[in-house]
Design a protein around this ligand. Structure first.
Ligand SMILES: Cc1ncc(COP(=O)(O)O)c(C=O)c1O
Length: 306
């Protein structure tokens, strides 16, 4: 990437990405540029990012939403081609390589590769929201590195500062140079504390070989989940990559969060029926075993209830 804009959060980084896309469109003479976004996407809670988010619950009560987004189903290339045919003012696609809040939804094989090709054919920016899946979580620095593509814009946050609030919007190729000084900024963006936390985090990821660790431990956990829960009635799917895993059940399972918490395990349920596991990159195999020993019996018990 050629440019890095340091931000305070993931939503600010995505806000910056949306601004880059609009400015890119405006600079090409398109007065009302649109950006393709996905159903079940999550991009944040500022006005533009909640408008880009594909979840009515996040948007409700904040109307009027920010205009300029065209929504299509995730993993549906034909829907993208339709937009290309009918929306000449479209300028970008904003997508999570793996949908997090949407329920740990994986891209189909070649989805991102073909999305890149469509973007190139129409001179659209391909903007990847790696706020949740980036920075080692999937076993590579960025989730897109499991494919052969490069994005024009990428956003990061969450793991970047190991808990210290910091985000980043990175731009390359035709997206670089779109922002001029003053087009984006905030009082605390890129402050010394946050920048030091981010730099230290990146160094520790390298020193402690955490990419490899996240990839291998994640595969092991997924295999264990498949062995212990794969055949259980009511388990719809076990999916994910590295330490970004989801267990989809056939019913709403929000109540499992309280049950695991009572046993000292903090998990999260997203999209109503997907148990989401996003442990820290320094999670050990012993801790993973403890997690499995608490979680798996509770899932079996929960699904056995009428
Ligand atoms: C994919 C994705 N994008 C953006 C955000 C928003 O980040 P933040 O909460 O730092 O504003 C999130 C938060 O969950 C996210 O998962």
């Amino acid at each position: 990437m050629q440019e890095v804009f340091l931000c305070n959060s993931g939503c600010e980084a995505n806000e910056a990405a949306i601004k880059i896309a609009r400015m890119y469109g405006n600079q090409r003479g398109i007065d009302t540029p649109t950006i393709i976004v996905m159903e079940k996407a999550f991009h944040g809670r500022t006005l533009a990012t909640l408008s880009a988010t594909g979840n009515r619950k996040v948007q409700a009560g904040f109307e009027p939403l920010v205009k300029g987004f065209v929504r299509v189903p995730y993993n549906d290339l034909d829907a993208i081609r339709q937009v290309a045919r009918h929306t000449p003012n479209n300028v970008a696609v904003l997508v999570e390589p793996i949908q997090g809040e949407g329920g740990i939804r994986m891209p189909d094989a070649n989805y991102l590769h073909n999305l890149r090709k469509i973007c190139d054919a129409h001179e659209w920016l391909l903007m990847l929201d790696e706020v949740q899946c980036g920075l080692g979580r999937t076993g590579k620095w960025f989730a897109f590195q499991h494919t052969d593509i490069l994005p024009d814009v990428m956003t990061l946050a969450k793991g970047l500062g190991s808990g210290v609030p910091v985000g980043a919007c990175l731009a390359a190729g035709k997206a670089a140079g779109v922002f001029k000084p003053g087009n984006h900024g905030s009082t605390f963006g890129g402050n010394p504390l946050a920048s030091t936390a981010a730099l230290t985090t990146l160094n520790i990821i390298v020193q402690d070989n955490l990419l490899d660790h996240a990839g291998k431990l994640g595969e092991w956990i997924k295999h264990q989940l498949q062995t212990r829960l794969g055949g259980v009635k009511g388990v719809v799917a076990i999916r994910g990559q590295g330490l970004m895993l989801g267990i989809e059940l056939d019913k709403n399972c929000a109540e499992i969060v309280g049950k695991t918490l009572d046993k000292g395990l903090l998990i999260n349920v997203t999209a109503d029926n997907v148990i989401r596991l996003l442990p820290s990159l320094i999670f050990s195999q012993t801790e993973a075993q403890q997690m499995l020993d608490i979680l798996c019996p509770l899932v079996v018990e929960f699904l056995a209830q009428e």
